[in-house]
Design a protein around this ligand. Structure first.
Ligand SMILES: Cc1ncc(COP(=O)(O)O)c(C=O)c1O
Length: 393
């Protein structure tokens, strides 16, 4: 069977760094995926919160094809219209004044970390280089973002980490206040922790963090790589908290599957970079930015975002029903369509069983089932998923 040859070739020739489930997919459309045997699956993972508009969205496919037949890459030694248009649109729709484009989330965070450090070093504050991040956070796999990540298990074998990072408990303002001194250049956090177990920041906490950063002149970085681009029911999750960061990072759903990341900053924070401070060969290619511009146009439409909010509320309420009914289900948390169902144990077992039933979901931290479907998911598909879960608990 061809599917076996895909699996075998992959296992024989690609680094064994991913614990893959034994399925190879060959086609996607909207919220559905098909495997080699023609079996159809409803996708509640969306390529890990990437395909916000679903698979092979006609508008995005059209934008990609149009740009692919016009101009794919020129490097950042030159200008291109899709890149300029996307940067302008991102600034108009956010707190930011400037954008740096990368190819992934980790690279966007790497840029944010470098900007925060250089902002102070350029002002002569050479000792102000520490960055405080949160326990259970996830910021990527490059050495700086691995260091920033507040989870020991993914650091195994890669020590020493970078100098100058400290970790405090998320949603614990006193812990942050204690750690923050005049050697700290930035506080970095996810407004809704994704990989850490789908944990939203408390509103009072985030406001207090913003105030503390203002009082001390510390830069505040929001990693919205997972929580942004409509995932939580607003274009960026932080909009729901009434606070804005100095620097924000995006990736994942920004390109709906084309690799692109972005680091956005206020005009003030952006002064940290000068000509030659940072760069990327591929960052913001005409192809990736043309796709992302189309994604942004669709997702930022208020009626689209209202629909995400409505569907998310419906989904959360259905998941809460499961928690009421089954002893093994602890509870539901999250925002919009970034939802986590806490269970007593065995997340991986349920993920496998759901796959057999034709549903793609994800388990994190062994005790959380994570749901990050395409934002175009409908109530009838949610009902089917809930029925399937109900039969397993
Ligand atoms: C919040 C957050 N930051 C950063 C990353 C890293 O992004 P990438 O895998 O594109 O490097 C992820 C990926 O899961 C993420 O969820």
């Amino acid at each position: 069977m061809i599917v076996n040859s895909i699996v075998k070739k992959t296992d024989d020739f690609i680094f064994q760094t991913y614990m893959r489930q034994g399925k190879a997919f060959v086609k996607g459309e909207g919220v559905f995926l098909w495997d080699e045997d023609g079996k159809k699956y409803t996708d509640f993972l969306a390529g890990i919160a990437v395909c916000g508009l679903g698979h092979c969205h006609p508008g995005i496919t059209e934008a990609i094809c149009r740009q692919a037949s016009t101009l794919i890459h020129v490097s950042n030694l030159f200008y291109s219209m899709p890149q300029a248009d996307l940067a302008k649109a991102l600034c108009e729709k956010s707190f930011a004044d400037r954008v740096f484009f990368s190819n992934s989330g980790a690279e966007a965070n790497e840029a944010a970390i470098k900007l925060a450090r250089r902002y102070f070093q350029k002002k002569g504050e050479k000792n102000r280089f520490r960055i405080i991040t949160m326990l259970q956070s996830f910021h990527g796999r490059t050495m700086a973002t691995l260091t920033a990540t507040g989870q020991d298990k993914i650091k195994d074998g890669f020590y020493p980490m970078l100098e100058g990072f400290s970790y405090v408990e998320f949603n614990n303002f006193d812990a942050l206040k204690k750690e923050l001194d005049d050697s700290v250049c930035a506080v970095m956090l996810e407004p809704v922790q994704g990989e850490g177990g789908v944990i939203p920041a408390d509103e009072a906490y985030l406001k207090a963090v913003r105030n503390l950063c203002d009082e001390t002149g510390t830069l505040l970085i929001f990693d919205e790589i997972q929580s942004g681009m409509g995932r939580c029911g607003t274009l960026f999750a932080h909009e729901q908290y009434g606070v804005t960061p100095d620097i924000m990072t995006l990736a994942k759903a920004l390109g709906n599957g084309l690799p692109i990341g972005a680091m956005l900053a206020t005009a003030q924070a952006a002064t940290g970079f000068d000509f030659g401070s940072h760069g990327s060969t591929f960052g913001g290619t005409p192809l990736a930015t043309a796709a992302a511009l189309e994604v942004l146009k669709i997702i930022s439409d208020p009626s689209f975002l209202a629909q995400v909010q409505k569907t998310g509320d419906y989904f959360a309420q259905k998941l809460a029903g499961l928690a009421q009914k089954h002893k093994s289900v602890v509870g539901v948390r999250g925002k919009g369509l970034l939802l986590g169902l806490e269970i007593e144990k065995d997340a991986a077992k349920y993920v496998g069983q759901m796959l057999e039933k034709g549903f793609i979901i994800n388990g994190i931290q062994d005790k959380v089932l994570r749901f990050v479907p395409p934002l175009i998911i409908e109530e009838k598909e949610i009902d089917c998923l809930i029925d399937a879960l109900d039969s397993l608990f």
